[in-house]
Design a protein around this ligand. Sequence first.
Ligand SMILES: [Ca+2]
Ligand SMILES: [Ca+2]
Ligand SMILES: [Ca+2]
Ligand SMILES: [Ca+2]
Length: 362
Amino acid sequence: MKKILSLAIIFCCVLAVPVVAAMKSNPANDNANQNNKSDLFRPIHATDIKIAKKEIPSLDIIKEMKSRTETPPGQDKKKKPSVEENAATGILGDALNENANKYAVIIGICDYPVADAYLCWADGDSLNMYQALINSGYNSDNIYMYRDTVPNHPEITDGPATFINIKNAVFDIRDNRGLKEADEVVFFFSGHGGSINDISGDEADGKDEALVVHDGNNITGISDDMLKDWFSNFATSRIIFIFDTCLAGGMNDLADEDPSDNGRVVVMATAEDKSAYVYSRGIVGVEEGEGVFSHFFVNEGILQGWADKYYEDGNHYGQVVIEEAFDYAKQNIPTRLKRRQTPVISDMFTNDLLLGYYLPVS
Ligand SMILES: [Ca+2]
Ligand SMILES: [Ca+2]
Ligand SMILES: [Ca+2]
Ligand SMILES: [Ca+2]
């Protein structure tokens, strides 16, 4: 995230889009792909997407979530749940090499350019994820932030969450940053999900799932087939995908197919045919908008360290592995929402992947 866009809010998206295009290189050319894969590089037409909007829980469920109290980090380590039920094994997997670089694309959208898709006032999930990665040593120059067109905290954005910005960021990391096998990449998305008719025949339910984004004027989408293609030929398999959308489970197309390596982790807020809920719609000056899953996974689980309670080994204190953040989020979804929101993980990383620090990195 580079700070040159701090003035963009004044001029709104009209200025923000060209600035971002100039700031980051643009290796993918929309017009150059005239082969049969060209559809993987073109935005989905708005009328082809069926949007699955995040749902708002009833007031008493929101109250229940907000009145919960949790044991502070490090004080509940004997309550490690059985391994069979959880993603975390309690054993740290391979650490990042000292020479490794870490890159991330973080997307949070609330202000979709169609009135009835408006999600909340603020895209707080993206800010929380940004802070979580900064805390764990990510360099802000290696984080590509795409958020609301008129975001809160406008100093923390590289521009609006448009199809072209997101696509260019993925290809920039893949092709222009000297990505190595040892490097780590995070792709985080919080917003609406959607589906389109599957024409490639790889979906049992006949539907491709999509992340709903926009082009400045209209809704468009990034399908699972597109993301799978964009993330092919990456130099590293240490890639963590986090999707907080309805139908997120359909993004399992991105799972690592090679069980022999320390591979990808795909964290999905809910199943392929299910909803995702909003935790907070955001109140100006009071609270940021958040998704239920991201609230527990990123905010409480990692940033506040509440997920760090499964290990009895004190050496792990201050650190949260992605698997325990997932377990924490899954456990804390309110019972009354669990019928409709069921988090899913595809974890091909051997043992546990250390991602978050809620105490300063020493
Ligand atoms: Ca497909
Ligand atoms: Ca599907
Ligand atoms: Ca799918
Ligand atoms: Ca694992």
